[in-house]
Design a binder for this molecule. Structure first.
Ligand code: HEM
Length: 401
């Protein structure tokens, strides 16, 4: 039974339905009254709420470690054989000096040039999903569209069977969302992903291709050949980092367009504005909050951190800080001065940002091109999923005739 929150500064809960539904007023109040609040929930943590703190702490990598980026899993022992299935999810779960080589290994397959090559496939997926959705009497743009795109795109990039995409969605949701209170569900899903990639790595080793798994296997970590466990752990990250995040961002953008018809009409008339609008959607509806583990004692902004403490780096709250953005609560699709940190900042800044932007641009452009104007369907409810990745999970749309 969920215990609701009365005191956000001393007992916050990122899984509280109120926080998931509408966190913005909570952050507004905390920034003024208690900018680095604490909670005992989920094993205890602090959380940033200002832009300055989030930026600064993200760069203090020798004090705030990335060893366990999911706050709910930090107290759970590792139950699988790391010699077989790898450790963590590099590079996101590593600190220097391991971080640099693990990150460099995956950058070529996610470069702007590589991403251009994934665009035709993404367009094809989006067109066929819109066609299917267009025929139905009722459309849920989260389940039938936004959710379907990233798992297929990542399956295509990794060079695995596209039919496995539905399984990816279920696993990732168990790890990031559904399994938040259910440790065994989360562990089972985590192990299933590792076993899946162990099999894929075995197959690819026998005959390397041009896909990303093969590129990882034939790459090196500063001169040292990549082992199977490292490749498996890296693939785990690509799946977890690439699916819920992008699904959430596409969904939030569609939610905005359905809720604010003037903005939708403006983008229909001026498609060139789409990339600028996407940056604003990323700022205003940033999906990702990441966790850090304190390694050394430090006093920061009135808080005495001790080794073992946990901290949430709240990129979404940082992007709504009035000291960093003019009128941050208003979503302006032509906002030009927009140095948001939805993709993080510092050494762990999102390695998939080129890909994420391409998926957002392609999916929104094709939806606007192929479908008539849409609004939210008042007969059904919008639902939001949250925690460390926030976005609409049901998004009922009504299309005009
Ligand atoms: C709109 C969608 C996305 C958002 C908002 C997002 C956000 C983020 C954030 C905030 C971080 C920083 C984590 C930290 O500081 O601990 C990150 C890291 C990362 N993301 Fe994304 N991400 C998105 C999509 C993707 C995609 C599509 C991929 C590729 C499959 C991806 C791969 C990664 C990787 C590999 C890292 C770790 C980088 C490192 O540790 O050096 N992300 N992402």
């Amino acid at each position: 039974m969920h215990e609701s929150v009365d005191d956000w500064s001393g007992d916050y809960d990122i899984f509280d339905p109120k926080y998931i539904e509408n966190p913005y007023p909570i952050w507004q109040e905390l920034r003024v009254s208690c900018p680095v609040p604490h909670t005992q929930r989920w094993g205890g943590s602090h959380m940033t709420t200002t832009n300055e703190d989030t930026r600064k702490i993200a760069k203090m990598v020798d004090v705030f470690s990335s060893i366990n980026p999911l706050v709910v899993s930090s107290d759970v022992p590792v139950t699988f054989d790391t010699d077989t299935y790898g450790v963590g999810a590099p590079p996101i779960s590593t600190d220097p000096p391991q971080h640099g080589p693990a990150r460099r290994l995956i950058l070529p397959a996610l470069s702007p040039q590589a991403v251009i090559g994934y665009r035709p496939f993404t367009e094809q997926i989006c067109r066929s999903l819109v066609t299917e959705m267009g025929d139905a009497s009722y459309a849920d743009a989260a389940e039938q569209y936004a959710q379907q795109i990233p798992p297929r795109v990542i399956a295509h990039i990794l060079g695995v069977d596209l039919d496995d995409a539905d399984q990816f969605i279920a696993w990732v949701r168990d790890v990031l969302e559904q399994g938040k209170g259910d440790v065994s569900k989360r562990l089972d899903a985590g192990l299933a992903i590792r076993m899946y990639f162990a099999e894929q790595v075995k197959l690819k080793r026998q005959s390397l291709g041009s896909d990303m798994v093969s590129q990882i296997l034939s790459g090196d970590l500063d001169g040292t050949p990549v082992t199977d466990p490292h490749a498996i752990a890296t693939c785990v990250l690509l799946l977890i980092a690439g699916i819920d995040t992008t699904w959430s961002s596409i969904g939030s953008a569609i939610w905005h367009l359905a809720t604010y018809p003037d903005d939708q009409a403006r983008l229909r008339q001026n498609r060139d504005l789409l990339p600028v609008a996407i940056e604003e959607f990323l700022r205003a509806y940033s999906p990702v909050t990441m966790a850090r583990l304190v390694l050394k004692p430090i006093r920061y902004n009135g808080v005495d951190f001790v080794p073992g403490d946990k901290l949430l780096l709240n990129f979404p709250a940082a992007n709504r800080d009035p000291l960093a953005f003019e009128d941050p609560e208003s979503v302006q699709i032509d906002r030009r001065d927009n140095r948001h940190i939805a993709f993080g900042i510092g050494i762990h800044r999102c390695a998939g940002s080129n890909l994420a932007r391409m998926e957002m641009e392609t999916s929104l452009r094709i939806l606007l091109e192929m479908m008539p104007p849409f609004t939210l369907d008042p007969r059904r409810s919008v639902t939001w999923g949250g925690g460390q990745v926030r976005g609409p999970r049901n998004l009922p749309l009504r299309f005009s005739d």
